[in-house]
Structure formats: C-alpha cells, structure tokens
Design a protein around this ligand. Structure first.
Ligand SMILES: Cc1cc2nc3c(=O)[nH]c(=O)nc-3n(C[C@H](O)[C@H](O)[C@H](O)COP(=O)(O)OP(=O)(O)OC[C@H]3O[C@@H](n4cnc5c(N)ncnc54)[C@H](O)[C@@H]3O)c2cc1C
Length: 477
C-alpha cells in the first residue's frame, strides 16, 4: 500500500483503544499530515502496571488514569471519541462505536487496533463473580473495597471460623500482578492496619498465593523467581505451587494439587490474576482478512509489518497482536504502535507496503516489585533483585506515568507509604464492591446472575446459611 487519501480530506487514521498502544500510536502521529480519531470505551489512559497500588490504597485513580482528552489537548490533529467499538468493516473501512444507545460510524484510511486483553477464567467465567480480575479501574476499586471490607467484617465476626475466612486472602496466579498484590496485601495488614482494630490483629491475615505452574514469576526464570518467592515467604505470604484452582464460590476456593488431592481454602476475598484473553475485536478483524488467524488467547497472528493479510492499512498492536518473542507488556504495545504510526507516515510519503521493513522488538527487560524496597529486574542477561532493583522499578514507572502532575503526586504518595506506615487512599464504598454484579444482573435479566449476586451479598453477611438461603430464595422466586 502507499497511503491514499479518500475523498478530499486528509488521510484519516482511526486508533482504537487508549492504552499504551492507542496513546503512543496517536502521539506519534502528532506532526503527520493526517486526522486522527482515537476511539476508546474508557475515557482515560490507564497505566495498568500500577493498578495494584490503587487496589491496596497507595494511589488514587487520578494518578494512574489521566483523561485521554486532556493528555491529547495539544495535539490539534487528534480527536477523542468515547464509545465501545462494536463493529469494524474492513471492506467499507468503517468503525462503529456505541456510547449508551448511540451508534457512531467513523470512516478510516488507516486503522490501528490496540484494544488489549481482558482477564481469562479459562472457560469458568462464573469465577469472576467471586474473584474479580485486575484489568480496569473498576476492578481495582472493587478489590480495594473487598480487601478493606474483609478486615472491617472480621472486626465484627462472632466466631473464629468467620474471622479466619475473612482474614484469608487468596490470589490466583503468581505472575507479576499476583506477586505484587500478595506483597502489598501482606504489607497492608502488617504495617498500615496494624494497631487500628480492637477485636482483631490485622497481622493475623493469611495471604495465599496459588500458582498452577511450578514457579513464581515463571517467565523471569528460576533465579529471579526464587528471589521473589523467598522474599514473599519471609513476609508471611503462603505460596502454593503446582496447585490448580478448580472452583471458586462466595466463601472460598477449591484447589487440586498435582498429586490429585482436592482441598478447600475458606476465603472471603479472592483475586484472579491467572490468564488473559485478547479483545474479541481481534477475531472480528482476522475473520475479514485474507487468512490471518488468531492464537489460543484470541491474539491476532499479524504479518511482519503488524498488519492483517490483504489489508496493509490495518495494524494490530499491543496485547492484541501475536508476534513471536514479544511479551504482552507495555513495551510491546508502545513499540508496536510507534512502528505502525511510522509506516502510516512513510505511506504518505509514497512508501509501498512491500517496501516496509518488518517490525523489530527491542527487549528492554522486565521487572516486578515485591514489597517496599524490594523488586526483581531483568535487563538482557543481567538479573538482579533487592533495593537497587526497587529503585530502578520506581524510576521507570515514574518515567512512563503520563503527566507531571501525576508524577509529583505519585512521588508524594510513595513517600508517605514506603517511608511511613500510612496510605493515602484508603476510602472504599459498598457500591464499589457490588455495583459490577448488580449491573450484570440487571443487564442480562438472568436468574443465574441474580442468584450469584444474591449469593455474593450473602457472603458479605458472611454466613454459609445466608449464601444458601439467598440462592434458594432466588430459585424459588
Ligand atoms: C495489573 C497489570 C499489571 C501489569 N504490569 C506490567 C508491568 O509491570 N510492566 C509491563 O510492561 N506491562 C505490565 N502489564 C501489561 C501492560 O499493561 C499491557 O501489556 C499494556 O497495557 C498493553 O497495551 P495495549 O494498548 O495493547 O492494551 P491496553 O493498555 O489494555 O489498552 C486497551 C484499550 O482498549 C480499549 N478497548 C478495549 N476494547 C475496546 C472496544 N471494544 N472499543 C473501544 N475501546 C476498547 C480499553 O478501554 C483500553 O483503553 C500489566 C498489566 C496488568 C493488567
């Protein structure tokens, strides 16, 4: 392809998604002779790597999710549309997005799709009712409500059994998100909440990290995984490897060990961080292409120039693309989107799609923080952990946070949290915990959803009898 302008106007680029891929793709077109329309179902650019700090009361939503509209205020060739993309037509070159009940059709000459991935429950979507994932602002706020709410309920518990269940936190999946969350819940109970209750000692909280594979932080290798495991264990986190969670309900999880043993962990607060499933738009695009496929996680197996077969003007980037040796990380999305924007600009200057050099990923390494003052870091062959890695983690995350205001406030919040004992964002409301389930029950009008909602509410009253009764009432009603 050399890029053609359709009609009399400028070349129209539609970017879908306002995450790392969408935002960096749009920004990279700032000085190009194009009109960019960024369409996203969320009004913010979300910095997902720090979601766990929102969930555990360190940061507020504002620091990690500035309004995309404000971020792009100075980019005169870009407009932002809020709406969920429901249809992409590669033949007519249009994108349909929906905001409430209003559909908007936006034509494009070039398209960058960066709609990322969502949590995968490996076919057991009902687990989501009781074990939310950690992908969105709503997830993080719901989790904050669930975590802090569990301590509040434990203070009121009348039996040891109830208290134990409420003070047991189960995290499924020992990747970076699971590790970071486990470390932060442990610090929250040991440092921040210590001495703030009368009937319970928050330090009695049990944090259980369950992993189906045989290692913590598997992709980072045995050295760094081992470091993270030791540090978490020293903090009192219980790590259970080679253990599969086979059921989740209001009051706990059922686990199957590698020797076939099936056991139960009673827990009020569960978090799912075990897998990802690409946005369904990937499949929609692949089906309209000349033979592009999606992988098992629904990611688009793109061509070397990140396009789909037969449509050299349609780029798929970030977590939605499947490219060998490119991890589902921020750098993959940033570099992919930057590459796509460069190809669009080159097309305006007459370069054909056959002349494109393939996308090359530059691996800048990966890192995960475990607790205050402790992280693990991998850069090329260099692997290190501890305080230096934590400082590197701090600097890198500050660098990539969007906006000076966010950076300054984040530094202050980190100062308060890591050097002191308190946390600045400990607010939580009942609605944060139950709104998702209520909305699901309303939108589907499904008895089963309503039943699950009732069971979850029953769990909030923390008794097996209430959960069972709620279920029976809904069935009877
Ligand atoms: C909890 C967590 C921690 C992480 N930690 C790290 C880390 O430490 N380091 C690291 O490098 N990476 C980390 N990652 C991964 C990193 O955040 C992702 O790789 C990166 O965000 C992918 O960027 P993306 O643009 O492809 O997708 P996303 O950032 O997920 O953005 C997708 C965008 O698409 C929008 N969207 C989705 N569907 C639609 C639709 N139908 N219509 C319109 N808009 C839509 C969404 O609203 C969103 O704006 C983490 C991810 C999570 C969830």
């Amino acid at each position: 392809m050399s890029s053609q302008t359709v009609g009399n106007g400028r070349h129209r680029v539609v970017v879908i998604g306002s995450g790392f891929g969408g935002l960096f793709g749009t920004k990279h077109l700032k000085r190009a002779d194009v009109d960019v329309t960024l369409i996203s179902k969320t009004s913010t650019h979300l910095f997902q790597p720090l979601l766990y700090q929102v969930a555990t009361g360190i940061l507020s939503v504002g620091e990690i999710a500035p309004a995309t509209r404000l971020v792009l205020r100075k980019q005169k060739n870009a407009q932002v549309l809020l709406g969920e993309v429901t249809d992409i037509d590669l033949d007519t070159r249009t994108v349909t997005s929906r905001l409430l009940d209003k559909d908007t059709v936006t034509p494009f000459d070039s398209l960058i799709v960066a709609t990322g991935a969502q949590q995968s429950y490996f076919g057991n979507d009902r687990f989501a009712t009781f074990a939310p994932g950690m992908k969105t602002i709503d997830d993080a706020l719901e989790l904050r409500g669930r975590i802090l709410g569990a301590f509040e309920q434990a203070e009121l518990a009348t039996t040891q059994e109830e208290r134990d269940r409420l003070l047991t936190f189960v995290i499924v999946g020992a990747g970076p998100t699971g590790v970071e969350l486990a470390g932060q819940i442990a610090e929250l109970s040991d440092r921040t909440l210590e001495g703030t209750f009368h009937n319970i000692d928050p330090r009695d909280a049990r944090v259980v990290l369950i992993e189906g594979a045989g290692a913590v932080l598997g992709p980072m290798g045995p050295k760094l995984g081992g470091k993270a495991e030791r540090r978490l264990t020293n903090m009192g986190v219980e790590i259970q490897l080679n253990a599969m969670v086979i059921d989740v309900d209001a009051l706990g999880v059922t686990v199957k060990d590698s020797d076939g043993t099936i056991r139960r962990i009673e827990s009020a607060c569960k978090v799912w961080s075990a897998g990802v499933q690409a946005s369904p738009l990937g499949k929609m695009i692949a089906e309209q292409s000349d033979g592009t496929e999606v992988d098992r996680a629904g990611r688009v197996v793109v061509e070397p120039d990140l396009t789909v077969k037969g449509h050299p003007n349609v780029f798929v980037v970030g977590d939605l693309m499947s490219v060998p040796n490119v991890p589902g990380q921020a750098q993959g999305a940033i570099q992919g989107a930057t590459y796509a924007a460069k190809q669009i600009k080159a097309g305006l200057n007459g370069q054909t799609s056959q002349e494109r050099k393939p996308f090359k990923y530059f691996n800048k390494g990966s890192m995960a923080t475990i607790s205050r003052f402790s992280a693990v870091c991998q850069v090329g062959k260099l692997e290190f952990g501890g305080f230096i890695a934590w400082l590197a983690w701090l600097a890198l995350h500050l660098y990539y946070l969007v906006g000076y205001r966010s950076r300054i406030i984040t530094v202050i919040q980190w100062f308060v949290t890591f050097l002191g004992r308190t946390r600045g964002q400990m607010a939580a409301t009942e609605q944060w915990v139950f709104a998702r389930l209520a909305l699901e029950a309303i939108s589907t009008g499904d008895d089963e959803d309503a039943e699950q909602l009732a069971a979850a509410l029953g769990a909030a009253t923390n008794s097996r009898a209430a959960v069972d009764k709620a279920g029976t009432n809904v069935k009877a009603g």
